[in-house]
Ligand binder design. Structure first.
Ligand SMILES: [Zn+2]
Ligand SMILES: [Zn+2]
Length: 255
């Protein structure tokens, strides 16, 4: 498996970080986790074969996680030389079908007029979907919005867990236990935090419960860039930590 962090920013616009988007390549599966604005640009910039994305999974419906999906769908419809023929599966928590319909309606498009097979599936917390080629996608509830979920992607005995946006919940650390990579949001310093997001200290506490082989942090608001995230995390969790940038890649050898 390979994880590429395409967009490591937030709705607070930043030059170096576009909004949320992370790609997992596992076997034949090309899974885009969230698709905030700027992610389609990063797909092109980092030479990702965007026509070959097989699945898109949304963690929740905040604009910094969904806004570029209309662009991506239209790129598949109009931007590929002969259009796209291969199917795409779009996955998200309850309400994802209506959300995708609204996004496409805003640009005068419809799911059933995409010219390529597209399926939209709702995933419930606790449910696991088989994405094909041995790839399983699991979801669990996280405290952020009513619909928010975190995902786990596993194949060949390896597991990547992505928090999406979340507030602090020890249960999430338990759920993520033993992940090879825990891709975790790290939004705000303690001084300005809100219950819907994590501080570096809380990322460390979650990692202390989850004990991932590698903790990869993402979703940085500008104020958190000005503090020493590594030392705050290290007070709780001694394992390897990376602060992802747009375009970072992480290889996970399958067993
Ligand atoms: Zn967000
Ligand atoms: Zn959010």
């Amino acid at each position: 498996m390979r994880l590429t962090t395409l967009g490591t920013g937030t709705i607070s616009l930043a030059a170096e970080r576009v909004r949320a988007g992370h790609l997992i390549e596992a076997g034949e599966v090309r899974l885009l986790l969230d698709c905030g604005s700027g992610v389609t640009h990063r797909l092109a910039e980092f030479d990702v074969p965007w026509r070959e994305i097989t699945h898109v999974a949304f963690t929740h419906f905040h604009t910094d996680h969904v806004a570029d999906f209309a662009t991506l769908a239209c790129a598949w419809k109009y931007g590929a030389r002969f259009g796209r023929a291969t199917p795409v599966t779009v996955i998200g928590p309850e309400g994802v079908t209506a959300m995708v319909e609204r996004l496409l309606a805003a640009v005068d498009e419809r799911i059933d007029e995409m010219r390529f097979p597209i399926a939209v599936l709702e995933i419930a917390p606790g449910q696991t979907l088989d994405l094909g080629d041995g790839v399983l996608l699991g979801a669990t509830k996280v405290p952020h919005t009513a619909e928010s979920v975190a995902y786990s992607v596993s194949r060949g005995g390896r597991r990547v867990v992505y928090s999406g946006d979340t507030g602090y919940d020890p249960m999430f650390g338990e759920w993520a236990r033993g992940a090879d990579v825990l891709l975790c949001e790290c939004s705000l310093p303690t001084e300005v935090t809100i219950p819907e997001h994590l501080t570096p200290e809380q990322c460390g506490a979650i990692a202390a419960a989850a004990l991932p082989k590698h903790l990869v942090l993402t979703h940085f608001y500008p104020p958190v860039e000005r503090i020493d995230v590594r030392s705050l995390v290290a007070a709780h969790y001694a394992g390897p930590v990376s602060l992802a940038r747009d375009g970072s890649t992480f290889e996970i050898e399958e067993g």
